[in-house]
Design a protein. Structure first.
Length: 210
């Protein structure tokens, strides 16, 4: 069964994911910081198969919630809204956008582990964060490089990771299991894997070294 995917964030990454996943047959909805009405015109022109929802309604509706908004903005949302959901953390702690977030600055582990603490009753899987939105658009358009399309994925729950891996495949990428969520540090900003176009074998080799 194809899951219902709710994407929070209708910017560069969120719309690229929405286009690719809806093209692959998923039922996709998207939200921004305002309300569904503010997205209707944009979606009707650019993403006619994607529906607009208010963020709360979107989370309630979705089986899988993709976080494609700035990390700072995510920390302002109520964690309990995500209870029992699979949450795909595609965010990065990115100081030009997020400025300073002391709790993330002082955290030595993966930012996704801190995200998981904010949504304690959800299952957090980390992926999509290390690939530029343009690369996702290329794959959806059929112009992507099929020799370097590995995408790292980390999470503590194998069955949720398998479900999210199928989304990665549906976008045209090859999921590479990086292990537990704590291994998210291996493909965050500043690492060799971040924003690198790699084959599956290259990524597996690099993951062993970091
Ligand atoms: N850009 C990339 O290539 C890329 C790749 C991988 C990962 N990422 C990560 O993805 C995240 C988003 O990046 P982006 O480049 O897509 O940002 P962006 O283009 O600036 O878009 C951000 C989106 O988040 C929405 N938003 C902000 N606050 C919100 C809230 N409280 N509730 C719901 N939606 C909210 C914004 O809505 P409004 O328009 O209403 O403000 C906007 O649609 C970042 O953490 C980034 O590190 C980005």
């Amino acid at each position: 069964m194809m899951q219902k995917i709710g994407i929070i964030g209708a910017g560069r990454l969120g719309t690229a994911l929405a286009r690719g996943l809806s093209k692959a047959g998923y039922d996709v909805a998207i939200s921004n910081s305002r309300d569904a009405a503010s997205l209707t015109l944009q979606l009707s022109i650019l993403l006619p198969d994607v529906s607009a929802k208010d963020t709360r309604e979107l989370i309630d509706w979705a089986d899988i919630v993709v976080l494609a908004l700035p990390l700072r903005k995510f920390t302002e949302l109520l964690g309990e809204l995500f209870d029992s959901k699979i949450v795909v953390d595609a965010m990065n702690y990115w100081s030009p956008v997020d400025s300073k977030l002391p709790e993330f600055d002082e955290y030595a582990n993966s930012s996704s582990q801190l995200v998981a603490q904010i949504v304690p009753n959800a299952t957090v899987i980390k992926t999509f964060n290390s690939v530029a939105y343009g690369e996702i658009e290329e794959m959806t358009a059929g112009s992507g490089d099929m020799t370097s399309r590995a995408m790292a994925i980390a999470g503590d729950d194998q069955s949720s990771k398998a479900i999210v891996s199928r989304m990665v495949e549906a976008l045209g990428f090859e999921p590479v299991d990086a292990g537990l969520l704590e291994n998210g540090t291996r493909f965050e900003p500043g690492t060799t894997l971040f924003d690198a176009r790699l084959s599956k074998d290259q990524m597996i080799d690099l993951l062993k070294k970091v």
